[in-house]
Design a protein around this ligand. Sequence first.
Ligand SMILES: [Zn+2]
Ligand SMILES: [Zn+2]
Length: 451
Amino acid sequence: MKFGQDFKETLATQDFPSHWVEHAIPYGQLKKCLKKVLKELKDLGLDHDTLQSLIDPENHSPVALKYRLIASENSDIVRPTLTVDVYLEDDVIVEASLTPASRLFFEKIASEVRHGHQADSGNTSGNSSDAGQDDDVSSQDQDSEHHHKKNRRHETIELPLVFDHEFFEMLQNDVSSIDSLQDTERKQMSDEIKALGEDLAQITKPRKVHRTDMIPWRNIFELYLDAEVFFATHEQEHGARSSQLALKKLQWFQGEVKKRELQRIFKIPQSQVAYDRFLRINANLLKMLQFQEINQLAVHKILKKFDKRTSFGISKSFRSAIQSHQFMTGAIGRDVCAQMSQHLTNVVPQLNDYLCPICFMVAYRPVKLDCSHIFCLRCIIKIQRARESHCPLCRSDVVMKATIMNLDDDLAKYMKKHFPTEVSDKERHNQIERGLEDYGPGYKHQECSVM
Ligand SMILES: [Zn+2]
Ligand SMILES: [Zn+2]
């Protein structure tokens, strides 16, 4: 299926909100405009083959075309310009590869340049290049075979095209329009995320077990972080995911939540509502990424077509010249995910962030070394006894300097509040360990002892 049709069908069948579809890249219109560009070029004698032979950067012919996008100073719109370098020998263009029509055209503009008429002939503006003249003079001097001195000149002329301006203006306006749509959507998602974050803070506040949903939400977010729905952090597939893969990851996450019956252990009715809101924000972002992806593809396709038909080779420079802070850079995914981690997943602390790097249990009675690394008190005592003076993480010489002053009481309170089960497990573990140290292998921990 042709891309144009495919694009249209995707826009119609993917359940995008209708106000999004209005912002979609008008691929068909751009294609029509491209036809006008081609006709305009043809009328100038620049058919496909002529263009291809003249635009070749390796081409040392007396006529060379250059197509560029020039940023204008006072607007975001970049302006396309087609310039031609014409080398005139005794005021005549000698170029065998030109078609009769393009030869006629170039001779006409060359004569305009010669007689200084180009300045008032509308869009055609010419300027002679001094550098080019110098080059030619020196090459002449070296060329001893020339018996009579030919008068060689080099002129750069901008060709008066209309429809390529129309094409790029349309494309840039469409890109800006998607940018502003994404701005609005991003703000809306950001507001929803913040509001949900505030509600979650209430629902998951550390309280007596039956009055908080801290644990199920911790498990939900642990799964969500594991899924890395929109971005991968491990090396192999680092970076933003395709919307197709993001959809799979999101489905996996929802499946796991269901399988582990995490929703069923909610004790607070608002939790279910909050979970639905969380899923909706994710679905919305996913939809926006799908929309962004197919529109990026439409831009890519139409520029490729433009290049193929004109040989102007502009698609790469368009990407760097275009002013697009959202759509072309894909910033919305990054921004919304950063918001979710700041206002949602970080609201419920994860155990992983509070583990002692030596014993891999909660770093209860946390000791903060002078290098800022945190360990549990028991592990620090053990490495001090072993006269190991360097921090196991950064190798700073700080371990022997640690005293009672390095105990972080605020963090200890925080851990006890947010990880009550893990903290009491850790305390019990320490008691057993100390008992074994004091009384030897015969030690039996009180609560384990059988009378
Ligand atoms: Zn430890
Ligand atoms: Zn350290």
